[in-house]
Design a protein around this ligand. Structure first.
Ligand code: ARG
Length: 297
């Protein structure tokens, strides 16, 4: 049976990699001795954007700051939603590491110039950290990983700011420091899930949340980045796809498109990290809960 598709995921922001490097190491994948090939990274990124557009997605492009080598991971700039009137609102990230904080200023300027109202939960190291790569709209809630990057206190701020229910999941794995390295919603009932990223209680809560999961091993998630994928309707755009995962996806009626973004794995991110969906709608993809609500596993 065909399950209902994700409605969001058809409009993205992305940052063209004109200054992508590994200048510091803030996650276990980064090694300043192993630099990306700039020309190859540029081609990989353009191929990804081409495939997303071919799948019917719209992709808007922000320029990269020369002094912000990680800005290519646009997912972490902030969390955009459309409110009931169709107005655009974004809660900007407050990065855990100072090395990335200047990205927010550029994103803020760009978003405002493009009709977004912006807010923050913290800035320049003051206030709780929030990194949008930890957050997903799914089954009416904002599912947010916290621990390595996003702080628990930020969940409260986001819930109140947007008036939504936040389901917090505690990340316990240093290599899966954002939830999007371990979780990928596929449609209204299905998702890729790597429970090893979470502590025992949160792993159980996530499996409870997903009626039909494809459970990934730690090795699959870490070595292939396959959870760091995006879904456009029934197409899953993935950096790699283990055979067993492909069989299940195809059995469920999905088309798998593999796009090599290997140069970006050197910075610790893949396809989902490079793209930020900006078509999540309050009241449609996220239930409206006046005042907001946080549920922790
Ligand atoms: N080097 C970046 C960082 O450590 C990678 C970000 C990956 N992005 C993501 N959405 N998981 O912050």
């Amino acid at each position: 049976m065909m399950e209902s598709e994700l409605v969001w995921g058809r409009h993205y922001l992305a940052v063209e990699p004109t200054a992508f490097r590994v200048e510091y190491a803030i996650n276990p994948f980064m090694d300043v001795e192993v630099q990306p090939d700039a020309a190859l990274a540029f081609r990989q990124w353009h191929e990804l954007v081409r495939v997303l557009r071919e799948c019917g997605a719209r992709v808007d492009v922000l320029p990269q700051r020369r002094d912000a080598p990680d800005m290519v991971y646009a997912m972490n700039l902030g969390l955009g939603v459309l409110d009931a009137d169709g107005d655009r609102r974004a809660v900007l990230s407050h990065m855990r590491y100072a090395e990335r904080r200047m990205e927010t200023r550029s994103a803020e300027r760009w978003l405002r110039e493009h009709g977004w109202a912006t807010s923050v939960v913290g800035r320049d190291g003051v206030g709780p950290h929030l990194e949008a790569g930890d957050a997903f709209a799914w089954r009416g809630s904002l599912v947010v990983g916290y621990g390595p990057r996003t702080e628990e206190l930020a969940l409260k701020h986001v819930a109140a700011e947007l008036g939504v229910r936040v389901q917090g999941l505690k990340i316990a794995h240093p290599g899966m420091y954002h939830l999007d390295l371990a979780f990928c919603p596929l449609d209204a009932r299905r998702a890729l899930v790597c429970p090893d990223a979470l502590d025992a209680t949160s792993a159980a809560a996530l499996l409870d949340l997903v009626p039909e999961p494809i459970v990934l091993t730690e090795e699959e998630a870490l070595t292939t980045f396959c959870a760091n994928s995006v879904v456009v309707g029934r197409t899953v755009v993935m950096p790699a796809c283990p055979e067993r995962v492909r069989r299940q996806l195809e059995e469920w009626g999905f088309t798998v498109r593999v796009v090599d973004v290997g140069e970006f794995h050197k910075g610790g991110g893949s396809i989902r990290c490079l793209t930020n969906p900006v078509d999540v709608a309050l009241g449609r993809d996220l239930d409206v809960v006046p005042g907001g609500l946080v549920e922790l596993a």
